[in-house]
Design a binder for this molecule. Sequence first.
Ligand SMILES: [Zn+2]
Length: 217
Amino acid sequence: MTTVILLGVFAVLLALQFLLLTSALWCLTPRLSTAVRSWGRCGLAAIALYVLAIPPTVANRLGEPNPGAPLVIVALMSIGLGIFALSRLLRMSPGKASLAWLAAMASSLPILAIVALGVRPFIFEAYAQSTNSMAPTVLGHHWTGTCPECGARTYCTAETDRQAMEDEPLMICEHELRAYKVALTSRRVTSGDRFFISKLLKPVRWDVVAYRYPAEP
Ligand SMILES: [Zn+2]
């Protein structure tokens, strides 16, 4: 049921954003373009902007924990192609297409407001785990190893400073829940868990719960 509500909220927000984006482009067309305005072309331009938003998202995810230069390059290319797509689809000069691109981005502000004021406080909150204090149940950025006792996976916090210091860090075994010194075979950093926190559910025994840090612990 929670999944259905989550998908429903996503679908409604996505549809609303698409409507806002298409309407923004439709309102702008007579001011910035000589082309006859059509809902079809504006919708197509909106879809192009959606598709072009995918590569930066992927680059960000693949580059974790430090996406750095590749993300900047992919994002700049995506913006350039977005402006190009608007200029071709809506028949505008590159300068006017840049203005239309900015307006298209601004049209998402009401969605951000709905998410910040409605969805996050009352329905769902997206969360990325930052530490390994709850490993192996919930993991932050980590290194993975193999348990010397039972062969199961082991985890520890990935730290760049540690590379020079320790070749056998203490890792927790996911099977025995005990810590062992494990020889690192790879220093590949795996990004932390991401999840949605539902604000609609009542917790029952064995549920993983998230709560705000109390003011006076
Ligand atoms: Zn083990």
